[in-house]
Ligand binder design. Structure first.
Ligand code: HEM
Length: 445
């Protein structure tokens, strides 16, 4: 094979390439590509070339070894600038590094431990409002509670009264992002399409909330110990603080990145548990053994081993971030194939987490698979729900702690059965959502 050969890949439409399959069934399409073409697959999305990387070494090369040659997927993020601005998720280079260093202390192990109590208290408050036999959209409830938690612990703000409006705004924004992600061309925000109008209205609603939180912090003029206080206090070398706009970008990024993902991890967990009674029994046994009748707390985490494995296994099968991308800055080479500058590189936890080369019975829900030395045996990027390298999810520890505590606190009190008339279907937006939620019938334990 010559050094400059291009990877194999599916033929597509002569104009649109593989855009149709990518747009209508991205999970199935990626899986078929990996099966048919192997570790690196060349795709064409209209006028853009993209490679799908299906080998842990290639993913490591992009995220870690040679990460400086890759930037976040600029084509897509350009579409969402109004929303995310220059927040941690989307910024690059020295600017990103400075912001990451400023935000990092809020996510340190000790700091996070202090958030545990709020997480459990908010979960309790939610569960206290539920009754025997009720039918609920569990995913919607989890979206609300995770939003309240992230707002409380990182911004010291109580958004309970705004939660519905914020939820609707975030929903409108995520829906629009999914459409834009698949659109091969750029439509400026100013074009008065109904979808653009809805999107801009949602952004304005979020702005209103976040600027209010910032104003309240500036007015209070004291360190409330939360993320916004820390960012407000921070100064660069010239002694300058952050502008309201920059604070807003960081706050919105964290609100968005920090709640839906955790809600999804939990929704998919319950979707799986409701179909695997043996696993659920083992979970409840562990909760009874470790907690008895009391609520879980951070000190219980090391003992809640099975509970953690249930979450890990659910995120293997249904990774909330099922795929993400980078763009090559300079020409390079991966697996002996040429990667021209500008190529998009997709890395998909969905594909890798179900890869039969790394996981036995890849499609089976088996929390106990994480018991032995699987973690040591697995290549680093065969399981990577939180990404990796310098851009590893800043909230990964926060997310695992929240997911385990909420699973424990809620499963202690309620059992959920799926409502057969409301089937759960996959909707891969930016995140892997259940299309019409996860409808369950509650029974008290
Ligand atoms: C189960 C829950 C979560 C999952 C699966 C998840 C997944 C991810 C992934 C895959 C990335 C890397 C994306 C890339 O490299 O392009 C990421 C980045 C990020 N996540 Fe999470 N996340 C979760 C929870 C959270 C939470 C709770 C927060 C904050 C409270 C958060 C904040 C962020 C931020 C700010 C980034 C950008 C980091 C940077 O580039 O410096 N995430 N997340």
């Amino acid at each position: 094979m010559s050094q400059t050969a291009l990877p194999p890949g599916p033929n597509g439409h002569f104009v649109f390439g593989n855009l149709r399959e990518f747009g209508t069934d991205v999970l199935g399409f990626f899986t078929r590509c990996a099966r048919e073409y192997g570790d690196i697959v060349r795709l064409r999305l209209a006028n853009r070339t993209a490679y799908l990387l299906n080998h842990p070494d290639y993913i490591e090369y992009v995220l870690v070894t040679n990460n400086k040659n890759f930037i976040k997927h600029s084509f897509f993020w350009r579409h969402m600038r109004k929303m995310f601005g220059q927040g941690l998720l989307t910024s690059e280079g020295d600017f990103w590094l400075r912001q990451r260093r400023l935000a990092q202390p809020a996510f340190h192990r000790d700091r996070i431990a202090s958030y545990g109590e709020v997480m459990v208290a908010y979960a309790e408050r939610m569960v206290d409002g539920w009754g025997e036999g009720e039918m609920r959209n569990l995913h919607e409830d989890l979206l609300s509670v995770t939003l309240e938690i992230v707002a409380k612990v990182l911004f010291d703000a109580d958004v309970a009264k705004d939660v519905e409006a914020v939820g609707q705004a975030l929903d409108a924004i995520t829906q629009e992002s999914a459409v834009r992600l698949r659109r091969p061309f750029y439509i400026p925000d100013a074009v008065p399409l109904p979808s653009n109008i809805r999107y801009l209205r949602a952004v304005r609603r979020m702005d209103k909330l976040v600027y209010r939180i910032i104003r309240e912090h500036r007015r209070a003029d004291q360190d409330a110990g939360d993320l916004v206080s820390m960012l407000l206090e921070s100064r660069d070398e010239a002694g300058r603080g952050m502008s309201d706009r920059q604070l807003r970008d960081e706050a919105i990024t964290i609100l968005l990145a920090g709640h839906e993902t955790v809600a999804l991890a939990l929704s998919w967990t319950w979707y799986l548990l409701s179909q695997h009674p043996t696993a659920e029994r083992q979970l409840v046994d562990e909760l009874r053994r470790v907690l008895g009748d009391r609520l879980p707390c951070v000190a219980d985490l090391p003992a809640l081993r099975y509970t953690e494995r249930v979450i890990k296994e659910a995120m293997r099968l249904y990774p909330p971030v099922y795929s993400f991308g980078r763009e090559a800055i300079d020409d390079c080479e991966i697996g002996g194939y040429a990667v021209p500058a500008g190529t998009t590189l997709f890395m998909s936890p969905w594909v890798m987490h179900r890869h039969p080369r790394y996981f036995e019975q890849p499609d089976a829900f088996l929390p106990e698979r994480w018991d032995g030395d699987l973690v040591e045996r697995l290549p680093k990027f065969a399981y990577f729900p939180f990404g990796g390298g310098p851009r590893l999810c800043i909230g990964s520890r926060f997310a695992m702690m929240e997911a385990v505590l909420l699973l424990a606190a809620i499963a202690q009190r309620f059992h959920f059965s799926l409502v057969p008339e409301r089937p759960v279907t996959l909707f891969p937006s930016i995140t892997l959502r259940p299309k019409d939620g996860v409808w369950v019938r509650l029974s008290e334990r």
